[in-house]
Design a protein around this ligand. Sequence first.
Ligand code: SF4
Ligand code: SF4
Length: 395
Amino acid sequence: MIMSEKKLNGTVIVTYRCNARCSMCNRYKAPSKPEEEITIETIKKLPKMYFTNITGGEPFIRKDLKDIVRELYKKSDRIVISTNGFFTDRIVNLCKEFPQVGVRISIEGLERVNNEIRGLQDGYNRGYTTLKKLREMGMKDVGFGMTVQDKNAIDLVPLYKISNELGMEFATASLHNSFYFVEAKNIIFDRPMVAKNFEDLINELLRSNSPKKWMRAYFNHGLINYIYGQKRLLPCDMSFDTFFIDPYGDVMPCNGTKDKEVMGNLNCQSWDELWNSPEAEQIRAKVRCCNRDCWMIGSVSPAMHKYIWKPAFWALTHKLKALVSQHPYSMYENKIVRDYRDGKITKEELDKCSTCDMCATANSGLSVASMEQLKEMSGEEIVDADIAAQMEEKV
Ligand code: SF4
Ligand code: SF4
């Protein structure tokens, strides 16, 4: 199986260092060691991609992010960077060189809720200021990213409206558990309340004149299905045409697995060798039987392109309804939402359908050396000292 001619969809996790303290992700407690993080030499070995997401941790902690982006543009048609938006100067500086790059800043709600969830000092204002600066610079592909949960669901539509006023993209997610988030206990408590807020957003999106937003409505419809622990609306083809690479050069199918799954290591293998290896085939066999049913944009966006007829049919039928009704979508279109309302299934039964495991210890996927440094200091102390040193260098 030679797939080197086919363009893939890739996510490059450039670092596991993070300066935020999000309540739904413990990655900040488990940073990678800078000297072990993916190098330009390894990035040069990546295949051709039609889309690349650069993420972390917080990618802008890396001082050489510009070099990484420059290298990735040699092989990728489109790049989007996911960031918590804290390092405004670095973000603006990078965007000056790459005005075509996409930037998604995570904002978890209006000011109070965002700062509570994200644990970044003045995080909301910093994120918002960064977004506005990028817009003023004429950057086209900028937007918000929000991980919807009990605490911030109420802010979903207000935040969407703010992003709309600024003419920005608005990407949503919900709580997931995996080694990547170093978390196993994330769960939605009040599913109907969260679903109702998604329903309101879906209706807003369907009322718009943008086909892209109608497809976003479908994605959010899938999020309601996900928080009720149901089977994915579309197949998951991670590791077939989509991959993740972590800071250690390990190529993985996705970021949703409980423990880290590895197809091979790009530091010591060529791409073709790794992609066509028996280990990669074993991972593909596992993906075929995976029952975690994640609904994250990284695995859903390629599926929405591949199985376009399904979301397109949903979007068109609902858009037609939107022409005659102010309320074209109801969360009760989902059988499971009706069943829960009608008492046919209990909260405990729904909880069991989720990936939340209150007894599990989350695996971080860190290397031995990265784990070793945590014996002396906490992840937060390591990253705080790292950033303080970087700021001093600047002065
Ligand atoms: S969600 Fe992102 S910003 Fe928050 S702690 Fe995890 S890696 Fe950091
Ligand atoms: S459902 Fe897909 S994205 Fe989620 S863990 Fe399984 S293979 Fe990964």
